[in-house]
Design a protein around this ligand. Structure first.
Ligand code: OGA
Ligand code: MN
Length: 325
């Protein structure tokens, strides 16, 4: 059987000849029902929290060939969008709660703060900024064994857990609990090869994937590499939920595009709503509408892409992994 997944990956990764994007679904461009093979998704429960727009404003789609996968066009408010970018760069990269990829940022000392250095020391930022490829939180993803363990677990950020729970609940997964996340940082020539995510004990819970910054081409196929994947653009703020059958399907990111969409120039100053102010970092939320404060974050996402990949590990009611030994 031809490995159609890999053929698509190569096609979109190619620099020469440049890929033909005519088959890549662009959800924001038209109403879902006008795109072939795409239908409108359903909202089960309302939300308007955590920097999100009210669900009545969400543009939510499902793909006929990829049951269980849900795409939401940027559901964030302008200030909410900024808030999550700021959190990813300046908070979710803080050690020791987060573990960071150290490739190329070997000169970052244990007690140094990656984002603080990137913004303060232009000389070191040259290497440090592109050097960071991922951060892990909660149950830390083990890149070698792909096995989670209680020994490699830290507290999961409360705001991201609340955001994830809120969204999962909106699409009908009422008992979602965020327990592990990978923050992926992609630069101009980065790609993520085809893979499935199956390290979690609970594979019935959905996986939530948030995109910020540069747009990307995302491929989602079937449970084997033989299925031809669907290609779609992921723009800044977009959300992909891999639930049901799609939870264990092959997916990849063959291409990062040079531009970011959905970035607003001016954001009205506001504070988080009453229900959110104890969940979100209220001070940061207020600061992010200030363009001067926002500037270094904006610069970063104009050239790079951030993916927040959030997973549940345990079954509802469980509090830890029982080790085999
Ligand atoms: C992952 C992943 C997809 C993306 O981290 O496992 O599939 O959009 N990320 O970056
Ligand atoms: Mn994945």
């Amino acid at each position: 059987m031809p490995e159609l997944f890999k053929e698509s990956f190569k096609k979109y990764k190619s620099k020469c000849p440049p890929p033909d994007f005519s088959e890549v679904i662009n959800f924001g461009s038209k109403s879902s029902s006008q795109i072939e093979g795409v239908k409108n998704g359903k909202i089960v429960n309302p939300v308007h929290l955590c920097g999100l727009q009210p669900v009545s404003q969400w543009k939510i789609s499902e793909i006929e060939n990829n049951p269980g996968m849900i795409h939401v066009v940027n559901p964030f408010t302008d200030v909410g969008h900024r808030y999550w970018v700021c959190r990813a760069l300046s908070s979710y990269t803080q050690r020791p709660e987060s573990k960071l990829s150290l490739d190329g940022i070997g000169d970052l000392q244990e007690d140094e703060d990656w984002w603080e250095l990137c913004t303060r020391d232009a000389f070191r930022a040259k290497h440090l900024q592109p050097g960071l490829r991922w951060a892990t939180m909660g149950y830390h993803h083990n890149w070698n064994t792909k096995i989670y363990s209680e020994e490699e677990r830290d507290a999961f950020p409360g705001d991201l857990a609340a955001l994830s729970q809120c969204i999962a609940n909106a699409v009908g997964y009422s008992d979602f609990c965020a327990e592990a996340a990978i923050v992926n940082f992609y630069h101009k020539n980065s790609a993520l090869a085809g893979h499935t995510d199956h390290s979690e004990r609970n594979l019935e819970a959905p996986l939530l994937s948030f995109s910020f910054g540069c747009s990307a081409v995302f491929l989602i196929g079937g449970k084997t590499l033989e299925t031809k994947p669907t290609a779609m653009f992921l723009h800044s703020g977009d959300l992909v939920i891999m639930a049901g059958e799609s939870r264990l399907c092959y997916h990849s990111v063959p291409k990062i595009l040079p531009t970011s969409e959905n970035l607003s120039e001016e954001v009205p100053c506001c504070s988080p709503c009453k229900d959110c102010c104890c969940i979100l970092d209220a001070d940061l939320f207020t600061k992010c509408s200030d363009n001067e404060f926002w500037e270094p974050f904006k610069k970063y996402i104009e050239k790079s892409r951030i993916n927040l990949n959030v997973r549940q590990v345990l079954y509802p009611g469980e509090t830890k992994l029982i080790s085999e030994t």
